[in-house]
Design a protein around this ligand. Structure first.
Ligand code: F6R
Length: 364
């Protein structure tokens, strides 16, 4: 049932090109995006003036991506919050607030409680879940199903990708509704979004650089993941993946925060994993790599194919195909999943069933 792969995590990582294709199927007709399941009129969507993305764990990291896309494209103020915090405070909710609840299992206790609370306060709630008919689906006003199919490995991979692609679509839909993206821009973006399926295939076809970097890091006691912008969101997910399946401590920081504390951790051989793909802040991230290496860090960089400069600033470079920055979370998260898995395997861990964790968390 593992389809010839050594574990479910590896099988599920390899399903991701299909997840992208299935998530996008039927969503664009003649330059217009459609997400009918949301069950909101154009007018209602147009009135939305605040968005909260509520989730836990990996799903929360998909929310970090969504915040940047919704604000960047649709210009709607967006907050991302872990459900266990959201539910116990007094968030500002009005009838024009949209709450997007993201949950693979659709049954996470804190996320469900947050949905109930938000609806009582008068918000519209969209659920994004992988499980048809799950409580999150039933209790939301509208639901988008991620097309990951059943995920067995405890560490979430393909469902994260399905969440990111679904949230990217939702962000584009909000921007289209608000008149912030034209039909031709939507068409172009949609095509490039669809192209990420093939780009993930390219990443999966040769993992030599990832495996080498993993072997070099496997005996570390701690590690830092740094990036800026969307790269910072991807780092949060990369660090979570590594700690949960390999038990190697990993912490993510926006790269610009290094000087404000975390750089003190760095000594000879300390792994610093950087998302340094082409983006408006590429040069700034390079400076952070130089500062890290000057203190002995072993830098592993995720970089854009064709970037030869980066080799001067990293011991290990993992190249990925060039994509527009807004789609980098889809491609750049894949090598970090493989990196975490390779380290877990090298450390003799059970990658599918890490200690102390359960696939769904139905109690607080
Ligand atoms: C990490 C992981 C967890 C879940 C979290 C939320 O790989 O799987 O962090 O993402 O427990 O679960 P869902 O998305 O089912 O609400």
């Amino acid at each position: 049932e593992k389809g010839g792969y050594p574990d479910f995590m590896m099988k599920e990582i390899h399903e991701q090109p299909r997840v992208v294709r299935d998530t996008l199927a039927g969503r664009l007709t003649g330059g217009t995006l459609t997400i009918d399941e949301l069950d909101l009129s154009h007018e209602e969507l147009n009135l939305i003036d605040r968005v909260y993305v509520i989730a836990c764990g990996t799903s929360y990291h998909a929310g970090l991506v969504a915040k940047q896309l919704i604000e960047g494209w649709a210009r709607i103020p967006t907050e991302v919050e872990v459900a266990s915090e959201f539910r116990y405070r007094n968030p500002i909710i009005t009838p024009t607030t949209l709450v997007v609840a993201v949950s693979q299992s659709g049954e996470t206790a804190d996320t469900l409680a947050a949905i109930r609370d938000a609806r009582v306060r008068g918000a519209k709630v969209f659920g994004i879940t992988n499980v048809v008919g799950s409580p999150v689906a039933r209790e939301s006003d509208g639901v988008i199903y991620t097309k990951a199919n059943k995920e067995i490995a405890v560490a979430s991979t393909k469902s994260f990708l399905g969440q990111v692609v679904s949230l990217t679509l939702l962000s584009m839909l909000l921007a289209q509704t608000k008149g912030k993206l034209t039909t031709s821009q939507i068409k172009l973006l949609f095509k490039e979004l669809a192209d990420t399926a093939e780009q993930i295939e390219t990443i999966l076809s040769d993992t030599t650089a990832i495996d080498e970097a993993a072997l070099a890091c496997k005996d570390a006691c701690s590690s830092l993941f740094i990036g800026r912008g969307l790269g910072s969101a991807i780092c949060a997910e990369g660090a979570l993946k590594l700690k949960e399946i390999s038990y190697l401590h990993a912490e993510s920081y926006p790269a610009g925060e290094m000087k404000h504390g975390p750089i003190a951790l760095i000594d000879e051989g300390f792994p610093v994993v950087a998302v340094a793909t082409q983006s408006p802040t590429y040069e700034k991230t390079i400076s952070n790599l130089q500062e890290s290496r000057a203190r002995g860090a072993m830098v592993v960089a995720i970089a854009t194919e064709g970037d030869t400069e980066i080799k001067k600033h990293a011991e290990h470079v993992i190249y990925i195909p060039k994509v527009r920055d807004c789609f980098s979370p889809i491609t750049a998260s894949v090598p970090l999943q493989l990196f975490a898995r390779a380290i877990a395997v090298a450390r003799g861990c059970d990658v599918d069933q890490p200690r102390n964790l359960a696939k769904s968390v139905t109690v607080e």
